[in-house]
Design a protein around this ligand. Structure first.
Ligand SMILES: *Cc1c(COP(=O)(O)O)cnc(C)c1O
Length: 498
């Protein structure tokens, strides 16, 4: 037994992680000031610093975890420098890689606020106001898309949003004993259909869902890289004739490579005809629906059974935030709800609470909704309409500039993605014999560009051509940044191959 003396420290506990309110204020003010300086300097500085894994690792504290801790204020000061000197800044106005947006500053402040409240978004009772905020954010995202929200939830990103929808679709279309017996193949295999340009989430999904990658039907694309609907019809008929069970059709609203949008209205018809769950992967492009001129491109989106969309792309939320929305209000709960004896969260029938652990794969969940909700409120519908429309216009400007530039050749473009490549005069018009050299040249050019810190692009491979790819998902990019890009690319290109 412990004597009273032994418990004195437990009465006046001094936990190594606690901070006094004053220490918190001081460290916090200092950090916010430093971050204000960072944001101020960001547009003028380099995008990144040339770095190797070994060199970067060498800047971290060496050795095992120290036995004793450190002063938090000094740690934050030191870590701020570490990150500012060792990061790639996707918030820089000349970052055009992948689909990674500049992050809204209010989102960073929201994360600080959310971290202090630390709501557990698994159950309403543990996060009353936060759960209502998430539910409102999802409804508002549905409004922006013109999609009827039956149910929805925020997840970590597009992969999780698509996977969540995939699992809901599997549950809705497999036999009723799916949960108890798992996937059955006696009445034919469950098959999923998408274009060859579909994002790689679907390979993980068919694998994890127990269907296997053989259950994935990748349909060829047309010249504009959208799904070939005739080929889709043919494949569906052939699979049905073989006794298989097509269950899911995925349309992509903005492919990662070139921003191609599948003909969603046509796909909705195909899905109806063949009784398929129609899912739209709009992780990147679905939010273009807020721009009236782009709406026709996304016609048919509202007919889907589910949609995935990434607030950390075109809502400019800091990572991570994805969103899945389903039309049927019960589709998520049917796929994910289990009721353990240790939860008593059902509330009253007249005013039932939303318990997010029933709507997806996670149990304990963070308050990522706050950064999304505050961004939506800061910019409003008109703010997003303008930012997204401007991103698209800037990508179109880049296309025009590339077209006008000697020794640059345009590739496919859609939404806010423009592709192009460097074709020096010596290799122009040489036909297939020069293609290999052009691919190697542009690959080397991209590597040089991305390590140089002046601008950052990624690539697309379209019908075996290696293309440079700029995606403007960046509210800091201005026309001057776009105008500078062809010159930078040409200069580096000529250094490699005059
Ligand atoms: C970005 C993207 C994904 C993957 O989303 P993450 O947020 O990176 O997980 C899936 N599909 C499309 C079309 C995307 O653009």
């Amino acid at each position: 037994m412990t004597s009273p003396d032994d418990t004195a420290d437990l009465r006046r506990r001094q936990a190594p992680l606690e901070m006094t309110p004053d220490a918190f204020r001081q460290a916090g003010h200092e950090l916010v000031d430093a971050l204000g300086d960072f944001l101020e300097a960001l547009p003028r500085g380099p995008l990144n610093h040339e770095a190797t894994p070994k060199a970067v690792r060498g800047r971290l504290p060496a050795g095992a975890l120290p036995e004793n801790g450190h002063d938090p204020r000094a740690l934050l000061r030191e870590t701020h420098r570490l990150l500012v000197d060792g990061s790639l800044f996707n918030g820089h106005p000349r970052f055009f890689g992948y689909i990674t947006s500049s992050a809204a500053p209010i989102g960073a402040l929201a994360d600080l606020l959310a971290g202090c409240i630390n709501a557990n978004m698994g159950a309403w009772e543990l996060s009353p106001v936060a759960s209502e905020i998430e539910s409102q954010a999802v409804r508002w995202i549905g409004d922006l898309l013109g999609f009827p929200v039956g149910a929805g939830t925020l997840v970590s990103g597009g992969n999780m949003a698509n996977l969540t929808a995939f699992l809901a679709a599997r549950h809705a279309r497999a036999e009723p004993e799916l949960r108890t017996r798992g996937v059955q193949h006696e009445r034919g295999r469950l098959l999923a259909y998408a274009s060859e340009e579909v994002h790689t989430w679907i390979h993980k999904a068919v694998d994890i869902a127990g269907l296997g990658t053989d259950s994935l039907r990748l349909i060829p694309t047309r010249a504009d890289l959208s799904i070939d609907v005739d080929a889709l019809h043919d494949r569906l008929r052939a699979d049905r004739d073989l006794g298989e069970r097509p269950f899911l059709l995925v349309g992509t609203a903005g492919t990662v490579s070139t921003g191609a949008v599948d003909p969603l209205a046509e796909l909705a018809d195909v899905a109806r005809e063949h009784d398929l769950w129609f899912h739209v992967d709009g992780a990147y492009g679905a939010l273009a629906a807020v721009v009236p001129e782009l709406q026709p491109l996304l016609e048919g989106l509202s007919a889907a059974d589910s949609v995935a969309v990434d607030p950390h792309k075109w809502l400019y939320a800091p990572l991570e935030a994805g969103c899945v929305i389903v039309r049927d209000p019960e589709a998520l709960r049917r796929a994910f709800s289990h009721q353990p004896s240790y939860y008593r969260f059902s509330g009253t029938e007249e005013d039932p609470p939303i318990n997010y652990y029933e709507h997806g794969l996670q149990n304990s969940r963070g308050f990522r909704a706050l950064k999304v909700w505050l961004g939506l409120r800061q910019a409003g519908r008109s703010g997003y309409r303008r930012m997204i429309a401007d991103d698209v216009r800037l990508a179109q400007e880049l296309h025009r500039l590339v077209e006008a530039a000697p020794e640059l050749e345009t590739g496919p473009r859609s939404l806010s993605i423009t592709t192009f490549r460097y074709v020096p005069t010596a290799l122009a018009g040489k036909g297939p014999s020069a293609e290999k050299e052009l691919n190697e040249l542009n690959e080397a050019l991209l590597a040089r560009l991305n390590s140089g810190g002046e601008a950052y692009l990624s690539n697309a491979v379209v019908r075996e051509r290696f293309l440079l790819r700029a995606c403007v998902c960046n509210f800091r990019t201005s026309l001057a940044d776009i105008e500078a890009l062809p010159g930078i690319v040409l200069r580096l290109g000529k250094e490699l191959r005059p």
